[in-house]
Design a protein around this ligand. Structure first.
Ligand SMILES: Nc1ncnc2c1ncn2[C@@H]1O[C@H](COP(=O)(O)OP(=O)(O)OP(=O)(O)O)[C@@H](O)[C@H]1O
Length: 675
């Protein structure tokens, strides 16, 4: 059994662009009409969006607090206690191949939301997104998702893998299976990984574990992972956050190189760059405030624009800082604005002050319609499920995965085993396991197959079955969003790769303690007991998976696991001799019970000789050294139920059923990821 008390954690990996199909960009329909993209290379994608509107329904707490029954939702037109919170309000702009578009704005202005929508990872309610002049419908958006590399804010890595390993495993998952023989495929992957390492200047750390890399290097590894599929559009959510200025500049230079020399379309959100970066690195700037666009154009043009609105940037002042100063509203002014909105007195001082707030002025002044008209697509909107949108087409029956199940499974299992190796077989883990084996061995040293040792033997084996429950970790890494592999392959690989974690250490522990505690029981009993311990461990692992998958918050998962395991353990046999009858059913759902039943059935196969101690009186009288206790009596006194086969079968059920439920839960969660 292996439900942990140390950590049940669910890690979310933001491997969001792992669905990329290799080599399909050539097929992109360039679209017709007058777009700049007409002159672009086949692999280049010109992304435009017009009048993008996104809102989410939120509970109107003021309504609830005041006890109102309902409130009219502004857009839905129905009576309800929810209101629509506008996240993006009619945003229009474009990102061209060879250019870097920077989105800037205060925290909460909608930068991440915009990128989520543009990459196809979040829904939007109104507006048009087009690629090379073709508007995308729902299916086109889905396919767009596979063409965009999306580097999220947080770096998510298997920290113990080296940079080269991380890139190689990702490439193995994404390169199509049918690019020649296995050797040719591996050679291609090796070359591609080398290319990325060179491109992102990662040579120095190519063979270092990721955890040893600096923040800037980690970001570059993250970008490199996304670049493996040679995407045409690269979106980055605040790639420079947490980096010192030298690393930030170096990273931005890499992006510049990708845009200028490799024709990538790059969209990046950024927090207050320095003046030189602001003016010289970005080709276009989209300034957002409260979900509104307040400027779109070149960073250089943004300064005359501000001047024309009466907000000229002071001489020598960082232009990006100036923008932010204008858009970040003083909270006192914001409070007053709310007051005015609530009680409505347009002649008060506060409303006057509010109308003078640069933030609201800039929101009002920006001519959204003019930009939207420029961004409107030339071709009529496609309404055929995206089938005519070049490479966004997905033929009937075509798999969205570029690799087969077995490639996915073996790569993921290999990766996870490598990752586990350094964690699990650390010297400290080995020493701990050996030490515990020896201590338990000393405590129960040299038990004999006689009356007085029956209880000790029972205690030793029960402890052996449950010890690992409280010592191993259950980690389910939910690599959610889209992935370049099937959930089933991932799940199977996670189970297999965790086996060394769950089996090798218990095996070492059992080997040491068994031969110290009961050497006279023989090799067959040793093997049988180890097999039962494995089943017990796997049943516990399954239970841990299930709890881990059910609760997104690892802390909640951990707490639930502790309670569940304690409950099943306490009522699972050894500790529960006179439990109330209304709780007696618990023993039938406790895998501990089946595991210890099976172990007892394997150990106590022959009648037990009485040794005169009277330990099991009245089965053996004091001084009686000639009688034997029948096996059935011993088993009955230890509350063992069901024959060996049944106990093993039920343990197997325990190993399988929670895994099936875990798979279903992960599947449902994965499905619900997109809005
Ligand atoms: N699903 C949602 N439900 C409710 N509000 C949301 C949802 N998604 C985004 N928001 C809100 O929309 C606004 C914009 O969020 P977003 O994450 O896009 O901002 P941001 O500009 O990227 O901020 P930051 O710079 O802090 O990352 C925020 O007020 C956020 O709370």
């Amino acid at each position: 059994m292996t439900v942990t008390n140390s950590s049940i954690s669910i890690l979310e990996q933001s491997s969001t662009s792992e669905e990329v199909d290799m080599g399909t960009f050539e097929e992109v329909d360039m679209g017709g009409g007058t777009n700049d993209a007409d002159n672009s290379k086949p692999s280049e994608l010109h992304l435009r969006w017009a009048r993008l509107q996104k809102y989410v329904e939120i509970k109107d707490e003021t309504t609830t607090l005041k006890g109102k029954i309902s409130k009219v939702s502004p857009n839905a037109g129905t009576r309800s206690s929810t209101v629509n919170k506008v996240i993006l309000d009619g945003i229009s702009a474009e990102a061209k191949p060879g250019e870097i578009l920077a989105t800037m704005g205060p925290s909460g202005s909608g930068k991440t939301s915009l990128m989520n929508v543009l990459s196809g990872r979040a829904a939007y309610q109104e507006g048009t997104i087009s690629i090379n002049g073709k508007a995308l419908d729902k299916y086109g958006m889905k396919r767009l998702m596979s063409k965009v590399a999306y580097v999220k804010q947080q770096d998510v890595f298997f920290e113990t893998l080296t940079v080269t390993d991380q890139l190689t495993y990702t490439a193995q998952l994404r390169f199509p299976d049918d690019v020649g023989t296995k050797k040719e495929r591996n050679e291609k992957i090796r070359k591609e990984v080398e290319r990325i390492i060179k491109l992102l200047r990662l040579r120095k750390v190519a063979h270092s574990p990721i955890m040893m890399c600096s923040g800037g290097e980690k970001k570059r590894v993250n970008i490199g992972t996304e670049l493996l599929t040679d995407p045409s559009i690269i979106m980055l959510d605040e790639p420079t956050s947490g980096l010192d200025s030298a690393s930030a500049i170096s990273l931005l230079n890499v992006l510049k190189d990708l845009a200028k020399n490799h024709g990538k379309t790059i969209i990046t959100s950024i927090h207050q760059p320095n003046s030189a970066t602001f003016l010289n690195t970005f080709d276009k700037l989209l300034m957002l405030s409260d979900g509104h666009a307040v400027f779109f154009g070149t960073p250089n043009d943004s300064l005359p624009y501000l001047r024309s609105k009466g907000y000229a940037c002071p001489e020598g002042y960082n232009a990006a800082d100036h923008w932010m100063d204008l858009l970040v509203t003083d909270s006192a002014i914001e409070e007053e604005r709310k007051e005015v909105a609530k009680y409505g007195n347009p002649t008060t001082d506060s409303s006057k002050k509010n109308s003078e707030s640069p933030r609201f002025c800039l929101q009002k002044e920006w001519d959204n319609d003019a930009i939207a008209r420029q961004m409107d697509v030339v071709d009529e909107i496609q309404s055929d499920g995206g089938k005519t949108i070049g490479s966004f087409e997905m033929k009937d029956g075509e798999s969205k995965y570029t690799t087969g199940w077995w490639t996915q499974f073996s790569t993921l299992a290999h990766r996870a085993l490598k990752k586990n190796k350094s964690n699990v077989f650390s010297p400290i883990n080995l020493v701990r396991t050996i030490a515990i084996g020896i201590i338990v061995g000393i405590v129960y040293l040299d038990q004999r197959y006689t009356e007085k040792d029956v209880f000790n033997i029972y205690a030793y084996f029960f402890f052996a079955m449950l010890y690992w429950v409280f010592n191993e970790r259950v980690i389910i890494q939910k690599e959610r969003a889209t992935a370049s592999y099937r959930l089933s392959a991932y799940f199977a690989s996670a189970t297999v790769a965790d086996l060394p974690v769950f089996l090798v250490m218990p095996c070492i522990y059992m080997t040491i303690s068994f031969w110290m505690v009961c050497p006279s029981f023989g090799f067959i009993t040793y093997i049988a007991v180890i097999c039962i311990a494995f089943l017990s461990v796997m049943a516990g692992q399954a239970l841990g998976f299930l709890i881990g998958a059910t609760f997104d918050d690892p802390k909640i998962g951990q707490s639930v696991a502790t309670v569940v395991v304690l409950f099943l353990m306490l009522l699972g046999g050894f500790f529960a001799k006179n439990i109330p009858s209304w709780l007696s059913w618990v023993v039938y759902i406790s895998p501990f019970a089946y595991a210890s039943n099976a172990a007892m059935l394997v150990i106590f196969r022959n009648p037990i000789p009485c040794d005169g101690s009277g330990a099991l009186s009245p089965m053996c009288a004091v001084g009686d050294t000639t009688s034997f206790i029948p096996v059935d009596d011993i088993l009955q006194s230890l509350n063992v139920f069901l024959p060996l086969g049944w106990n093993i079968a039920l343990l197997l059920v325990y190993c399988l059923v929670p895994r099936v439920f875990t798979y279903v839960i992960l599947r449902r969660k994965k499905g619900g990821e997109r809005e």
